[in-house]
Design a protein around this ligand. Structure first.
Ligand code: V47
Length: 362
């Protein structure tokens, strides 16, 4: 039993299978009893997934860093005039997908900036061409904010964009672009005015209605409060109740370097573990909680597997959006390294496909 009375009350609720509310989430973020928080999350994780920890063999393809937005947390975006701005051709995208497939990847995760002038056909062609070149590859592509951008470009609806992309070969949507669902946080971290949260939910609701699986993220550790993090999670939980379709929640640990918020310290390791654990306990209807090792580092992700996470994302190889201190563009873990990391945590590694089915390689 915890020495913190708030946590003792939450322990009782969890044991009785009662759903946690905003106040409980805030108490979980406030407690100094990290051990009990971690243990509670680990029990919830073990009830769902036993002693298994998932990973996949994937590649991220970031097709352009040119972006019309100027989000203050982002160190990735460039203007077309910047000397290091890049945009891949469809052929280059397909070449990366081909290389991924021949190296054993089962999934490509394709996202980029909001490019001012690429036509919607570029994105449709890219998906079609990946599908034609690599029929077995799962194409997880385009954050909600990109989908809204395409709808504006093509003068059509969110549903129209999703239907066209699915017809081209899209299999699921990643969870990016969610940041923190709070107008206050948006005002401080975005350099534009928009209905970012409403748009994000509209896209994921539409995707779920079409049985297109999606993920959800939260970019934490900048200007948001613990209460705003909990409110973010509750909004995701509500959508999942109303229109199920989220497979995984991916907490994204803010990396200040290179962003306009580089003066901020970024989250601590304790905060990373706490956030994973609170997510596991609050998001009782989202099956998987990812510890995305590219953001937190391999070792902390390993520990997170005992704080509620059941998935490490994948082998990745190159990742352009963020670079932890010391990490370059090339950010790879081999299957052997991921499996060792999981085994060292006394868990059983399971290679999964993008729908969390075990992959057999014999
Ligand atoms: O949308 C931007 C975030 C996201 C920074 O769905 C930053 O399985 C940290 O969404 N520090 C893209 N994060 C990544 C993403 C993702 C990653 C892995 C798996 C999945 C999934 C999704 O990265 C962006 C934004 O929220 N981001 N800048 C930064 N400085």
């Amino acid at each position: 039993m915890s020495s913190d009375p708030d946590i003792t009350a939450i322990e009782r609720k969890v044991a009785a299978g009662e759903r946690l509310d905003q106040r409980d989430g805030e108490a979980l973020f406030a407690t100094t009893d990290l051990h009990t928080l971690g243990a509670l999350a680990h029990v919830a994780r073990t009830q769902r997934h036993g002693n298994v920890a998932y990973y996949n063999v994937n590649r991220h393809i970031n097709y352009t860093n040119v972006c019309v937005l100027r989000c203050r947390f982002c160190g990735f975006r460039r203007t077309p005039a910047d000397s290091d701005a890049y945009t891949l051709t469809v052929e280059q995208i397909v070449e990366q997908a081909r290389q991924a497939a021949s190296a054993g990847a089962t999934e490509v995760h394709v996202v980029g900036g909001l490019h001012p002038s690429l036509p919607f056909d570029y994105y449709l062609d890219a998906v079609r061409a990946i599908r034609a070149a690599c029929p077995a590859l799962h194409i997880k592509a385009f954050t909600a904010i990109e989908i809204v951008h395409f709808a504006r470009l093509a003068g059509t609806t969110i549903e129209g964009v999703l239907e066209a992309l699915v017809a081209a070969g899209l299999d699921s949507l990643p969870g990016g672009g969610a940041e923190v669902f709070s107008e206050r946080v948006h005002a401080e971290t975005f350099n534009y005015r928009g209905k970012a949260s409403a748009d994000w939910f509209a896209v994921h609701r539409a995707a779920h209605a079409m049985h297109l699986p999606t993920n959800a993220t939260m970019l934490y550790g900048h200007v948001e409060t613990p209460a705003e993090r909990v409110a973010h999670m509750i909004q995701l939980r509500t959508l999942q109740d109303e229109a199920p379709g989220f497979q995984a929640f991916v907490p994204l640990s803010f990396i200040p370097a290179g962003s306009q918020l580089s003066h901020l310290p970024g989250p601590t390791g304790v905060d990373d573990l706490r956030t994973v654990a609170v997510a596991r306990l609050m998001l009782d209807n989202i099956p998987h909680i990812k510890a995305f090792w590219v953001m937190t580092g391999a070792k902390l992700s390993q520990v997170a597997l005992h704080f509620g996470a059941d998935d490490l994302d994948g082998t990745v190889v190159t990742y352009d959006i963020t670079h932890r201190e010391g990490a370059g563009k090339r950010q790879e873990m081999t299957v052997e390294q991921i499996e060792t990391l999981i085994r060292q945590a006394d868990l059983v590694p399971v290679e999964r496909d993008s729908l969390y089915q075990p992959v057999r390689r014999d």
